[in-house]
Design a protein around this ligand. Sequence first.
Ligand SMILES: *[C@@H]1O[C@H](CO)[C@@H](O)[C@H](O)[C@H]1NC(C)=O
Length: 389
Amino acid sequence: MAAKLIISSMVFLIFIFFFRSSTAAFNVITYGAKPDGKTDATPSFLRAWKAACSSVKASTIYVPKGRYLIKAAEFRGPCKSRITVQIDGSIVAPTDYRALGNSGYWILFIQVDRLSVIGGTLDAKGSGFWACRKSGKSCPVGARSITFNWANNVVISGLTSINSQLSHLVINSCNNVMVRNVKLIAPDQSPNTDGIHVQSSTGVTINGGTLQTGDDCISIGPGTRNLFMNNIKCGPGHGVSIGSLGKDLNEDGVQNVTLTNAVFTGSDNGVRIKSWARASKSFVRNVVFQNIIMKKVENPIIIDQNYCPNNQGCPRQTSGVKINQVTYRNVQGTSATAEAVTFDCSPSNPCKGIRMHDIKLTYLNKAATSSCKHIDGTSTGVQNPQSCL
Ligand SMILES: *[C@@H]1O[C@H](CO)[C@@H](O)[C@H](O)[C@H]1NC(C)=O
């Protein structure tokens, strides 16, 4: 009787084991994709997605080595089970920038739960688009390389993206996203090529990563909560930026953001908070920037609440964005300008609860300076430049 019970429970466990570990595999080659970089592989990728998305078992979409030409493509959920997209190859955009330029996105995942994107290289071939922008001609709106909209429980790991038209990676209206060891590269002077843009999302972690871009390494937009960034290499580019916020009156704020263990090299900014000089109900609170090394950064620490490009559309000329509880701890290295710390807060909504601890920034081996406007806070430990708080 006991033996029978043991055998039947073992059979049950084996059954559970196989049921849980079996996954369905969908190779894009099987769906007709040609790894030649010339034949349009978009329909094949979409067919593989459709099959994976309707699978009741967890599935893997496999993209083997090779180059795959993909046009603007939408990978839509909800799907029946979890999906892993394992990319060993490169995904390339059409050479003519106008092919993607009007859709706003290149690769879009939308309304997907439990998705992992592992490996892969994306080459959006953005140079034609940047040249159009620089020439002042009328150009298409441009495409972000990879976007996640309304996606939950997402892992993006080991992805490389080069030469995006606009942002490389956008996380919008998502929950619980892990971005691990991504490499995002675009030339220093390429316009609006942000590395990672996060907005309206909760629980995003960015762990590891090399971000060399023409615009912000990481830009943090309205409605970002519980963002944790660790071990980031940034520069060239415009640094890590909260904002621009407060363009609109009714705008969600940013709260609970941590950046730790980051190195900025030759970037325009290090850690920046930026808001429009316009009326707004937006806010920034509970932010920590710590253990940061600056190497020849133009504005290592900056709050700029006077953003108003071309002095247009800022009738009251003061920002409504309330900035509260921001900590800078152990920030050291070199500034590329004499003023290493700039706090230019809103006269109508002064910054509050700003804390600085152990700041060691120099300019040409000499003391740098700091400047404070409309700010309240405390400084402790070493303060180079001398604190203006
Ligand atoms: C702040 O965000 C972290 C993730 O970075 C999270 O673990 C923590 O619970 C959040 N704190 C609050 C008060 O929401």
